[in-house]
Design a protein around this ligand. Structure first.
Ligand code: SF4
Ligand code: MG
Length: 336
């Protein structure tokens, strides 16, 4: 399938004040050389612990920020270069669904008016057509149309999240970028929202990008997953492969902390996540994961491993992941 979003060697750096010294600045490398593709119809996930660069990536993908290096392409166009009507078209095409169902709805605006606002911003004028569209979308996301003139005050957390989804859906987007969208909901509501996302994806040919720390949710909802550690993608794989044959020690560590994974094909004793990550301001040479990696060895301190192809569509950045060439050479040796 066609690539909808492509990140090409994307980096982001922030200036931060140096501790204890007046006026001096350090640079914090929040996202480092990230490359991946999101295909049309994917439910793509970016996962990792807090501080791994997920939030920065979310801002780069939605053009709330422009990258310091590399490019974010949407349907082949560098989104940093869009302006005017092209930028407006991109903003319609990619909609952000935010995290906090309690903080993100204006308390004194009726639900219907809230959903009308983006349409007006994007040039809709006919009040009748606007009302019709809003009713359609409310139906689509499972909000009773009777809530049209109600304030968000009495809504449940799940209903509030549906309002957020409706706010994004009202512009007929192609891509929904979900930033920890389900984190504030209980299990039952999460399950309902996931079913809704599934339905919306089928009916509207949507592409999803989930930014999340919740691997159990990602296991259920996503077909392709990028695992981030300290600003880098350390593994990029399809769902089955990632959960049952992960290539990176960090992915194994994350999975070993998942209580609900029914089937484990890796050794949990290899996977305890201990120690602290190094500061993103003072990154050491070599593999950024080595201070916590149970398998670290000499080479890990010298060189940062590159993302290496493990299988058809699966990459991991670890010196222990054999390249296809190395595997082929080994097979040839064994055969010979
Ligand atoms: Fe661990 Fe070394 Fe692999 Fe980094 S490169 S994940 S330190 S084994
Ligand atoms: Mg973050």
């Amino acid at each position: 399938p066609e690539m909808v979003i492509r990140l090409n060697d994307v980096s982001q750096t922030y200036k931060v004040r140096k501790r204890g010294s007046f006026g001096a600045v350090d640079s914090l490398r929040a996202v480092r050389n990230v490359t991946f593709d999101v295909r049309r119809g994917d439910s793509f996930a970016v996962v990792g612990e807090s501080g791994c660069g997920k939030s920065t990536l979310m801002r780069l993908l939605s053009r709330l920020e422009k990258p310091a290096g590399g490019e974010v392409l949407c349907e082949g166009r560098d989104i940093a270069k869009l302006s005017g009507s092209e930028l407006l078209a991109f903003r319609r095409k990619l909609q952000l669904v935010l995290q906090d169902p309690f903080g993100s709805l204006p308390p004194r605006t009726a639900i219907g008016a809230m959903l009308e606002a983006p349409l007006r911003t994007h040039g809709w004028r006919d009040p009748k057509k606007i009302r019709e569209k809003v009713r359609d979308v409310m139906n689509d996301v499972g909000l009773p149309v009777a809530l049209y003139d109600e304030l968000p005050l009495g809504l449940s957390a799940g209903q509030r999240q549906r309002v957020n989804v409706a706010r994004a859906m009202v512009l007929d987007p192609e891509i929904l970028l979900m930033d920890e969208t389900l984190s504030a909901l209980d299990q039952t509501e999460q399950f309902r929202l996931l079913a809704l996302f599934d339905k919306l994806q089928r009916e509207h040919a949507l592409t999803y990008i989930f930014i999340s720390h919740d691997l159990a949710m990602v296991r259920k909802a996503c077909n392709r997953i990028a695992v981030m550690y300290l600003g880098e993608v350390v593994e990029l794989a399809d769902n089955e492969r990632l959960f049952f044959d992960p290539g990176h020690p960090y992915t194994r560590a994350l999975l070993s902390a998942m209580p609900t994974l029914e089937e484990r094909r890796y050794r949990p004793e290899d996977c305890l996540l201990e120690g602290e990550p190094p500061s993103p301001i003072d990154l050491p040479e070599g593999c950024a994961f080595r201070s916590r990696c149970p398998q670290a060895f000499e080479a890990c301190a010298r060189t940062n491993p590159l993302l290496t192809v493990r299988g058809a569509d699966d990459l991991a950045s670890c010196h222990l992941v054999p390249s296809p060439q190395a595997l082929a050479a080994r097979a040839a040796m064994l055969a010979g």
